[in-house]
Structures are given as C-alpha cells and as structure tokens.
Design a protein around this ligand. Structure first.
Ligand SMILES: [Zn+2]
Length: 464
C-alpha cells in the first residue's frame, strides 16, 4: 500500500512536510518549520506524528526554513537516515539552519527575561549546536541524477527555478503499484528571473503535489529593471540614500545583479555607491558565486568571460559592526541593502533608526511584509514607528515592488502545467492559504479542466 500523509503546508503556507510510505521505504519530503502566527508556530512544539526513527530518508526541495527548518528537531527526536538535498541547498543550509537556531535562542532568552513564556525556562526549539549536528546527515545530490532508495523506489531532483539549489522531487515506484510517479514541486519558481534558470519543464506525473502560495494573484509584470531604475533615479533626485530592507538569500543577489546591469547600460548614475550590510547576505552572495552550474545561460556566459555577475561598480561589503556604523555618514548617492527584509531585526534597524525621519531618504520594500512586522506597519503608512524603544516620525519616501517574487503566480503556474502531456491522476494543492488554494484549483479547472484536491492537515491518502 502506498500512502501519502500531509504533515504540514496543508491549507497554510509554512511547515512543509509530506510523509510517503510503501511500507518498505518511509520517506519524508521536506522538513519545514511552521512560521508566522502563534497558532501555527505552536505546532512546531507538538510531538512528531510519526516516530522519526522509523523514517528512512528525508529529501528536501530547497533551503527556505519553511521547507528545511524542522530538520534539527527531527534528528533530535531520533531520525538517523540520510537527508538528500542539491549541492547548493546543502551549502545554503550551512548558514540558514544555524541562523534559525540563533534566532530561536534569542527568542527564548527574551521570553525568559520578560517572563512571558508558559514553559519555565523557555527553551529554543533547537540550539546552534543541534543545527550544526543536523548538517552531518546531509548528502548532496546533483540535479537530474537518479538515486535508488530501495529495489522498488528511486528519486531525482529537477531545477525548480525558485531559489539557488531549489528542486522539484520526482519519486518513482517501479513495481507493485502499476509504476507510480509522484512530483513534489516544493516552491515553483518563475520564468526569466535574474541569475536562476527557468523551472524545469515536466511532462508527466501520476500524482502532482503543487504549491499555491500565489494561487490567487498575478504579479506585476513591469520589469524589475525598469522599476529599480526608476526608484534609484528618484532617490538620487531626492538627494538622500536608498535603503533596501532585503532578504539575505536570493533577493539581495537579484538586486545586485540588476543594479550592475543598470550601471552597465548607464541607466543609473554609474558611480552610485552600493553597500551590502548583512553578514548573512555577504555569505549567501559567496555561495551564489560558488555555484555557477545553477545559474542561467546569460549569467554563466558572463562568468566564463571572467566577469562577476553580482559585482557592481563602487560596490562595498560591510562585514564588521564598525563598517556598518560608518554608513551613517553617507548622505546621498548611495544604496544600502541590509537585512532583515521585514525590519524585525538585524542591521537594517540601525539604518532605519538613522534615516526614516529624513524626508530625503527613500525606503524600498522588495518582499512580502507579514502582518505584525515593523515593515508592514511602515508600508501601511504608519506616521510613526518604534525602533530601539524610540518613537520616530516616518518622513522617508516609502515604495514597495513585488516584481522580485520568487513564486509563480496563478497564470505562471497554469503555463507550467500546460507542459503536461496527460493530466496527472491527482493534483494536490499545498503551500497556500485556503483562498489561494481554492483560487488556483478554479484556475486549473477553467484552463485545463483538471480537478485538484486541497488536503487537510494530517490527511492521509492511499495512492494505489
Ligand atoms: Zn521557498
């Protein structure tokens, strides 16, 4: 009997975990943390529904924490199998899992100081040491290489075009179930984005487990180049600096790529200073540059010609706290890219503290701002914002663009599905809020006349 159980990312975006078992081989696809609202995060503390020691393999689609961040818990609770990832994902996890642990340690410390935890003392989900321990189980596997898991079962990674190293996972069962093929998309990327390849064309699968984060949206199709050109030139005209709160991994590298292109085409001031001020973004940029095999042809051609695709003119890396503080002296013609992207912590806070009340400053949001974050309230037009305990006037020009999203919208998802030669026997829509799942299901019905199922949390299905 082949069964599939949805242990996360069912009618919600985070906590991606799917348990697949043919009684002989037990596989966990993705091992993500629940994130966001407290009622979701609390699920990370529940006992794992399947004894982790009974799971043979864990296969990860990509490094984002909502797909990978539960791994140290799984190992703490007894999992001892191999964890398969692509080589780039393996490298990214070396910085992301310890960072995730560090944030949890900080949170626990804060809860203990303020005394608001139910548990005394409040403990992190896992420690930095436990995160490092979990890295030992990872075995990197290249794209398009078939790996046998048992006499009956094998898997392959295909580039998903969503983040460096992101993959679709195809799992094949040869005998006993009429040779079934399953495809887990993880997160589905977009076409024609900087640096990354397009999502791989897939032509068949019996069961498709498809993400639906933006199943109810169409992204703005104004080009990233035009938007960033406009914003940078406007910021120069305002006579101040441009501050970009950015996600350290993925988004920062795309912005660097676009700024370099704009400089080369003389669409922006060539000698504008570009600063990255986030230790994690700096490390992630180095990892991006170490994996040219995962870059699109344009970027590879540049690299073969000896040029760095992420190095703009007048580019500065600020590693130390002193370097970061020295940026306060910049008054104009500078772009400062700092994390975190939602302004909840990190070095971006001291830049906001110094610049948000200055009407010459431009602040550009390039990613989703979750409810309850400082980024969201600035974006929603709050006249004042609290930083380091001080209430500051928001006088800066605030701009937000969504052209950088790394998830396919419903139109792009349907385009990708049109490559299938035959409809899958079943499509499961995961990784989306109920509205987004419902909307994508309707779009698939309208465009392809296929029926999709929206699984509930812990729903278990027989696939044979
Ligand atoms: Zn993702």
């Amino acid at each position: 009997m082949l069964t599939l159980k949805f242990l996360g990312a069912a009618e919600t975006v985070t906590g991606s975990k799917f348990y697949l078992s043919d009684e002989k081989t037990n596989i966990l696809i993705d091992c993500g943390l629940f994130q966001g609202l407290k009622e979701l995060r609390i699920r990370n503390r529940n006992p794992f529904p399947i004894p982790p020691a009974s799971i043979d393999y864990c296969i990860l689609t990509h490094a984002h924490i909502d797909h990978s961040g539960y791994l140290p818990c799984l190992i703490k609770e007894g999992f001892r199998g191999k964890v398969f990832t692509t080589p780039s994902t393996s490298d990214l996890l070396k910085i992301m899992l310890p960072d995730s642990a560090h944030l949890q340690e900080e949170e626990a410390k804060y809860a203990n100081k303020k005394g608001f935890s139910k548990h005394k003392p409040a403990l992190p989900l896992y420690t930095v040491n436990e995160a490092y321990e979990s890295l030992k189980y990872i075995e990197p596997i290249n794209y398009n290489k078939e790996i046998s898991l048992s006499s009956n079962c094998s898997f392959k990674f295909y580039d998903a075009g969503h983040l460096l190293g992101s993959a679709f996972i195809e799992i094949k069962f040869k005998k006993g179930f009429g040779s079934q093929k399953l495809l887990f998309t993880g997160d589905l990327g977009r076409y024609n984005m900087p640096i990354l390849k397009n999502p791989t064309t897939i032509v068949d699968a019996d069961y498709l487990i498809l993400e639906s984060t933006y199943g109810n949206r169409i992204h703005s199709h104004i080009s990233i180049y035009e938007t960033l050109e406009y914003v940078i030139n406007e910021s120069i005209k305002r006579g101040g600096c441009l501050l970009i709160p950015s996600f350290a991994i993925g988004r920062t590298q795309e912005i660097l790529y676009v700024i370099r292109e704009l400089q080369e085409k003389k669409r922006i001031l060539e000698n504008i200073e570009v600063h990255i001020d986030s230790p994690m973004a700096i490390e992630a940029t180095e990892i991006f540059l170490r994996h040219p095999e995962d870059h699109d042809l344009e970027t590879q051609a540049m690299e073969k010609g000896g040029k760095s695709p992420l190095k703009c003119d007048n580019f500065h890396i600020n590693r130390s706290v002193e370097e970061s503080k020295s940026l306060n002296l910049l008054t104009k013609n500078a772009v400062i890219i700092s994390a975190d992207g939602m302004c909840t912590g990190g070095r971006i806070l001291h830049h906001l503290y110094n610049r948000i009340s200055n009407p010459k400053t431009t602040i550009l949001f390039v990613g989703f701002q979750a409810i309850g974050t400082r980024g969201r309230s600035i974006l929603d037009g709050a006249p004042k914002v609290k930083i380091f305990g001080e209430s500051l006037m928001v006088n800066a020009k605030i701009i937000s663009i969504d052209s950088f999203s790394c998830h396919a919208d419903y139109f792009e998802s349907v385009q990708w599905l049109k490559n299938f030669k035959n409809p899958p026997k079943k499509i499961f829509l995961v990784h989306g809020e109920p509205d987004a799942c419902q909307s994508l299901s309707e779009k698939i019905k309208e465009n392809l006349n296929w029926n999709a199922h929206i699984p509930k949390l812990e729903e278990e299905l027989r696939l044979d």
